[in-house]
Design a protein around this ligand. Sequence first.
Ligand code: AMP
Ligand code: GLY
Length: 426
Amino acid sequence: MKVLVVGGGGREHAIVRALARSPQSPELLCAPGNPGIAAEAELLPIAVTDVDALVAAARGAAVDLVVVGPEAPLVAGLVDALQAEGIAAFGPSAAAAQLEASKEHAKEVMGAAGVPTGGWSSVDSVDAGMAAIASYPAVLKYDGLAAGKGVVIAEDEATARATLEDFLVGQKFGTARVVIEEFLDGEELSLLALCDGVRAIPLAPAQDYKRIFDGDAGPNTGGMGSYSPVVGIDNAEATRIAALVHQPIVDELARRGTPFHGVLYAGLMLTADGPKVIEYNARFGDPETQAVLPRLQSDLLDLMLRASRPGGLEGAELEWTDAWAVTLVLAGAGYPERSASGDVIGGLDAAALAAVQVTHAGTALAPSGEVVTAGGRVLNVTALGDGPAAARSAAYSAAEHITFDGRQLRTDIAQRAVDRYEEPTA
Ligand code: AMP
Ligand code: GLY
């Protein structure tokens, strides 16, 4: 069995590790991968959006499955191109991935599917935007892919106007529309589900920390840490939420002739009126995956192969360890405004000695052979423990070994879980 994983971040490193644990002992390839993944898979130097080269490589290597990590190749039609060649792929078609690529489209599908979400409108001018804001805080979202950085929660009129100007006039992310959304109050939950075009099976719940600084201060990032499971969201509750927010979308997309295969990620706000969808992603979350997959005891490869076939997940049951997982993100100087590069990373060997999983997110090998920073989010450290406190302290102890210039690390990841967790009584 041969599998090609597309991507080169912490999420893909976690996917490669989980596939490597498969009893089917797959031969693993990764394009383009990173220096951490190189220890576990053969790297192919192909960019994630070079669809033609990826299809040619998959055909040339006669792979049995291609697993697509990031959103860009999904939206670029990689899965469609692979299927046209008869190559099995884990991930949605370009049409189904529009759920992530366009916030406006996602809201329209949610409406048609009857999924609970906040009120919204879509505008293409600053004046229309200001007129559409009913109250503050107001949520403004650039209508396209922006690596988690196209959302601004405006507390006042001046910020709202400046943001609209930035998005629509300054075209920070290119020409666009902006979705204005009702502010949802509550706690966030990331609930991902494996989908086979027909059904959605929830994965273990996780929480992500989107803001750069402790106490959820500062700008949004791609994610600064995560943990799994989540206090209060047991299997029965996850199944209930999936029936409310995942299954209706899978049903709606099947009705539209664009069935959803792969991971459907629901970013939820647990409000006083129940869970409401903030957004959908058409892929595994980063860094949620780094905390969720190490807890999966079922064979990920088997599940992915089944999800790639219409209705293939029938009867699938997922097994999870009771252990908790905490993932810390070590980001570079200036993130999220800019990405660091070329700073030498120290302490990787010492961190590896602690019983944790270090995943590489934005690293490169310098000509000197040293591992250097090469991205906003540089490394992730995931630790497992009997409860959230044990997992958390193991992750922080290991992360202390890792050094590089301007390293940013939140100190409050999973503290919430530690505060709420009650030891199971024997
Ligand atoms: P998104 O890219 O849509 O997931 O938004 C990024 C982050 O902004 C979310 O994870 C939330 O923390 C916050 N956010 C987005 N939409 C809302 C909303 N309607 N109400 C409150 N917070 C939101
Ligand atoms: N952690 C958020 C995301 O993957 O979009």
